[in-house]
Write a protein that binds this ligand. Structure first.
Ligand SMILES: O=C(O)C(=O)C[C@]1(C(=O)O)C=C[C@@H](O)C=C1
Length: 167
């Protein structure tokens, strides 16, 4: 079974990605109450710049870091849009989060950055393995149940495996 051969380095990586997506629930609650749009391109540039500036610390290339963090933010927006749609359609307003977006929630996303980069770095040797896509799918299914989180994790992990096309 593919799960048995899954490298141990994948579990903490998917876990950190999932934690980042859990924070998206609070981002969405905050934006629901503030009326701010989900998309904040200026903040996305800052996140990418911050991550790129730390690439060397984790022996990662700037291109990989940019691609990886872009995927994490696209996945984050998927969760936000899905939650906002659920609240709108169920006519149920979520509670205001304890902390605001700029002094609290983004701080939690920032705190997770080195954790994500560290686990992404540890997974580098396995990215080109032909079993990589199977490992990633089974690990996502193992760690997540909520279909919104599962889809977002699939997006977040979309570039993890370097599969060589076979024509
Ligand atoms: O910080 C925000 O405003 C978020 O919505 C979070 C986040 C991210 O994933 O870091 C996602 C979408 C925005 O375009 C910017 C950043």
């Amino acid at each position: 079974a593919p799960a048995q051969q899954t490298p141990v380095q994948l579990q903490p990586l998917i876990a950190a990605m999932e934690q980042r997506l859990e924070i998206a629930n609070d981002v969405a609650r905050s934006k629901w109450h503030s009326g701010k749009p989900v998309q904040d391109s200026e903040r996305e540039r800052q996140v990418i710049q911050n991550a790129e500036s730390r690439a060397g610390e984790f022996k990662l290339g700037a291109d990989d870091v940019r691609e990886f963090m872009t995927a994490q933010m696209e996945a984050n927006k998927m969760v936000q849009y899905a939650r906002i749609k659920q609240w709108r359609e169920s006519d149920h307003s979520p509670e205001k989060p304890e902390s605001s977006l700029t002094d609290g929630i983004r701080g939690r996303l920032d705190t997770l950055l080195p954790v994500l980069m560290h686990s992404y770095s540890a997974f580098q040797p396995y990215r080109s393995d032909t079993r990589c896509p199977d490992w990633v799918q089974s690990e996502i299914q193992r760690q997540a149940n909520d279909p919104v989180i599962v889809s977002a994790l699939q997006r977040a992990a979309g570039d993890l495996c370097r599969t060589t096309p076979n024509q």
